[in-house]
Every structure is written in C-alpha cells, then in structure tokens.
Design a protein around this ligand. Structure first.
Ligand code: NAD
Ligand code: UDX
Length: 466
C-alpha cells in the first residue's frame, strides 16, 4: 500500500513529538494529528511555537519547520481518518479506576472508542497502528471491533510501541535504539509491516527496525518498562542498605555498572521513579499475569512497585524525623515537581506523594519548578483527594522565583534533577533560611561537600549523613 497521508489519534506526549519527527523526516507524507481536546489542539496550533502544550528540548523548532507544510493539528477526527491510509492510535491508556481490575488493569475505553470511530468512517482499506502501550492481545479486540462494525473494508493491525523517554523525546525519535513493528504473519500482514517500515526507513537504518508477531511486540513494550523500572527499584532497595552500613550507593552503582553485563544506565538512586508509564505498565503486567493464574509472576513484578512506594514514603518520613519529629507549620521548599528534568509532565511524580505525606504532617510546602505551573501542582494534589481543595491551597504556595521559594525555609527537598539547581547561589539561599538549614537531596544532584562547607545539613539518598 502506498502511504501518502497518515493520521494520529491523540496529540499527547507521544503522538505530538512522534508525528512531528515523522513529518520532519518525511516531507512527502502528509501527517494529521487529531485530538478530542480542543484546547490542546489550539495550543499545538498557537502562532507562538513556544506555546505548544508539551515541553521537550528541540520540539518547538521541529514543529515550526513542519507545521502547515505537511504537519497539521486538528479536532476533525473523522476527516483525518477518512483521508489517511495509515492511522496511528496514540491515546492514553491509564490504569482503571473502577470495576474489575480497578487500580491495575489498563483502561482501554479510549482505544475502543478509536476503533469504533475508525470502523464507522473508513470506506477503503486501512492500516491501523497501535502506538499506545497496550496489554498483550489487544490487537485481537481491535480487529474484532473493526471487522464487526466496519463497512466491509479490510484492516491490518500493527503494533508499533513507542520507546521514547520524556525529556529526550526528540533525540530518542531521531536516533532510536530500535523501532519495533509487530504484525500478522500473513502476506497482507507482511505488506503492512513493510509499509510502516518504509516510513521509518526514511531516517532509520534497516538493522534497527525489528519485525515480530503482534503479541511479541505488545508484550515487549510492557516488558521493557518493567525491566527498566526494576533496575531503579533494585538500586533504591540498595540505597537504604547503604545508609545503614556506611556504603555509598553512588560508589556501589559505579562499581556494578562497570560490569559490561550489567551496564551503567538506570542505576541512579532517587526518591523513586515517576512518570506516566512505569507504574501503569507494571500494574498492567501484574494484572495480566494474575488473569492467567500466574501468582508468582504477578507477585515478582508487583514488588517493583512496592519498593518504589516505600522509597517515596521513607524520603518523607526521614524529613519529618530529621526536623525533630515535627514539620507542623514549618516551611519546606520543594525544588522540582516534574517527574524528571526537561519535561513539564508531572504524572506520578514522586513530588506529589512526598508533598502529600508532609501535608498530612501539617507542613507548609513551597514549590518551585522551572516548567510546571501552579495550576498543575494544585491539580495533582487535589487529584489524590486526601483533603479539601481549600486545605491544599492553604498548605501549598507555588513560586516563580527559586530564591523567594527558599526564603525562610526550614528545609529544602530536591525532587527533580533540573540542571539549573546546581547553578544557584547556595550561600545566598543559606543566609535566608532558618538554621539549622537542611537539604534533602532526593536526586543526589548537588555537591554535598560544598553545601556542608557553607553550613547546610545535607543528606542525599543512599549515603551516610554529612
Ligand atoms: P497523553 O495523555 O499525553 O495523550 C493522549 C491524548 O489522546 C490526549 O490528548 C487525549 O485527549 C487524546 N484522546 C483520548 N481519546 C481520544 C479519542 N477517542 N479521540 C481523539 N483523541 C483522544 O498520553 P501519552 O503520554 O501521549 O501516552 C499515550 C500512549 O503512549 C499511552 O498508552 C502510553 O502508555 C504510551 N507511551 C507513553 C510514553 C510517554 O513517555 N509518555 C512513552 C511511550 C509510550
Ligand atoms: C519511560 C521509558 O524509559 C521509555 O522507554 C518508555 O517509552 C516510557 O517510559 P519516561 O517515563 O519518559 O520513559 O522516563 P524515564 O527516563 O524512563 O524515567 C522514569 C522515572 O525513573 C523518572 O522518574 C526518573 O527520574 C526515574 N529514574 C530513571 C531514576 O530514578 N533512576 C534512574 O537511574 C533512571
């Protein structure tokens, strides 16, 4: 099938950057990104390209180059579906919050809606690409809906999970370790795989384009995230042991990471992993294992989440304990709210849970994050329903200036590893704080020796207190 127009349903953290890069690298293909959320589409179309809804280094430049040429953002889902030969589904697949599988299974209602809409609109053959992260065997359900509610046209379903990480999305898309495409092992399936591979072939070498059956591809995505998250929970589990024994987790990580069989990446001890993917995808994997009666498999992976919850909680507990067992009415400043640096995404950020625990202890939380808005921070806390919205607004103040945020604080907690935090005038910050002035570095970001010389009581994750 010759592809000259593609459509992507879902203009989020994956759909937006992925389609922008495809449009940049394939000027001969028209790329239409659609979303039900009209304000999100309006932001993608904003005249000022710096106002696009997602912050990713390098993204606004690519949007500026391709938008209006062969990249379009629209709310007209039906027209885009009918025009395109290939349709990517890149909608959100959050953890279910109701009914069976509540708190574990992926909620596939948005996926099903997309499938029904595609079936309703399509009057010629289409390739439907699962870009969202989905439980293994979802393609079967999509195929069922398409074949039973469609207009008799033929559909091929491909799985093409996205491996980009936020904060490095553009680089990850331009130069991926691999592109994974799963499809039917029939002639038509292979043709569909080849059509999608040809698009990526415009900038990615053939040996990096991996072709598998649909089920392997769907399961590989959940597995990759589970393996990555497991490494973070493993090093975090060791960080607590380091604190008790006098070992230093940075030294341990370096020593084990230099073993080429282990490798050095994803061994940074932290206040706990966040983001929209790890927790959701592992819970999904656990649920799938349980639904096949594989209790040990489910328990094994669930421990990764249990460890992560423990790491967030013990960070908050340690702040309370160190501040003489009470933080009531004390100002505690959070530097960082995003789940990692270089993104404005806060989904499942450790900061939310640490703030929640400290608010339960009646602390006053001050927050500064270079890219996250006050509205988002309050929304994240309200979403937990731990207290009234008025109480959250009483307990939390969001600042536009980091020095103002730190003024009169009893303690500073580093929750996100933004590089700019390293460049601050820490002597000035020290002078304006209550003494003893504590820093709890949840990212092992700052120079502890320098801070201790200034007078701070500095604590990092996984090493003895200075
Ligand atoms: P997101 O919430 O940022 O974006 C999803 C978008 O889909 C939203 O704008 C929503 O309005 C839109 N949408 C939902 N239903 C729709 C419908 N029926 N029609 C039109 N638009 C609809 O989510 P995201 O972070 O981009 O993630 C999308 C998928 O990609 C998820 O399955 C996720 O697991 C996966 N993924 C995410 C990342 C990541 O780093 N965020 C990385 C790899 C894979
Ligand atoms: C992840 C996967 O990396 C990506 O391949 C997948 O497509 C989507 O999910 P993302 O969630 O964007 O990407 O960010 P990632 O860089 O994986 O970080 C996840 C969390 O783990 C962050 O909170 C990060 O700070 C934390 N982390 C990561 C650590 O605490 N230590 C590390 O060594 C690495």
């Amino acid at each position: 099938m010759k592809i000259n127009t593609i459509c992507c349903i879902g203009a989020g953290y994956v759909g937006g950057p992925t389609m922008a890069v495809i449009a940049k690298m394939c000027p001969h293909i028209k790329v239409i990104v659609v979303d039900l959320n009209a304000s999100r589409i309006a932001a993608w179309n904003d005249d000022n390209v710096n106002n696009i809804p997602i912050y990713e280094p390098g993204l606004s430049e690519i949007v500026a180059e391709a938008r209006g040429r062969n990249l379009f953002f629209s709310t007209d889902v039906e027209n885009a579906i009918s025009e395109a030969q290939m349709i990517f589904i890149s909608v959100n697949t959050p953890t279910k919050t109701y009914g069976s599988g509540k708190g574990m299974a992926a909620d596939l209602k948005y996926i099903e809606l997309c499938a029904r809409q595609i079936a309703k609109v399509a009057v010629n053959d289409k390739i439907v690409v699962e870009k969202s992260t989905l439980p293994v065997r979802t393609a079967e359900a999509i195929k069922n809906i398409l074949d039973n509610t469609g207009n008799g046209v033929k559909f091929q379903i491909l799985s093409n999970p996205e491996f980009l990480a936020e904060g490095t999305a553009v680089q990850d898309l331009l130069n991926p370790d691999r592109v994974l495409i799963g499809g039917d092992t029939t002639v038509e399936g292979e043709e569909a795989i080849a059509a999608l591979a040809a698009i990526y072939g415009n900038w990615i070498s053939e040996d990096r384009i991996l072709k598998t059956n649909v089920w392997s591809s769907e399961l590989s995505k959940l597995s990759a995230n589970a393996f990555l998250a497991q490494r973070v929970s493993s090093i975090n589990a060791l960080s607590e042991l380091c604190e008790k024994t006098g070992a230093d987790v940075n030294e341990v990580a370096r020593a084990i990471g230099m073993d080429s069989r282990i490798g050095s990446k994803f061994l940074k001890s932290s206040v706990g992993f966040g983001g929209s993917c790890f927790q959701k995808d592992i819970l999904n994997l656990v649920y799938i294992a349980k639904s096949y009666g594989l209790t040990e498999v489910a328990d094994y992976w669930e421990q990764v989440i249990i460890m992560n919850d423990h790491q967030k909680r013990r960070f908050a507990n340690n702040i309370v304990k160190t501040l003489y067992n009470t933080v009531s009415a004390k100002k505690i400043t959070f530097l960082g709210w995003a789940f990692k640096k270089d993104t404005n995404d806060t989904r499942e950020s450790a900061a939310i849970y640490v703030a929640n625990d400290l608010l339960n202890e009646q602390a006053n939380i001050a927050v500064y994050d270079p890219k996250v808005t006050e509205k988002q921070i309050l929304f994240d806390l309200d979403y937990l329903h731990s207290r009234t919205e008025a109480e959250n607004r009483d307990g939390v103040e969001v600042f536009e200036d980091p020095y103002e945020a730190c003024k009169d604080a009893h303690a500073i907690a580093i929750l996100t590893e933004w590089d700019v935090f390293k460049t601050y005038d820490w002597e000035k910050i020290y002078e304006q704080m209550h003494k003893p002035a504590f820093i709890f570095d949840g990212r092992n970001l700052l120079d502890g020796e320098m801070l201790s010389r200034i007078g701070f009581k500095y604590q990092s994750i996984g090493s003895a207190k200075k």
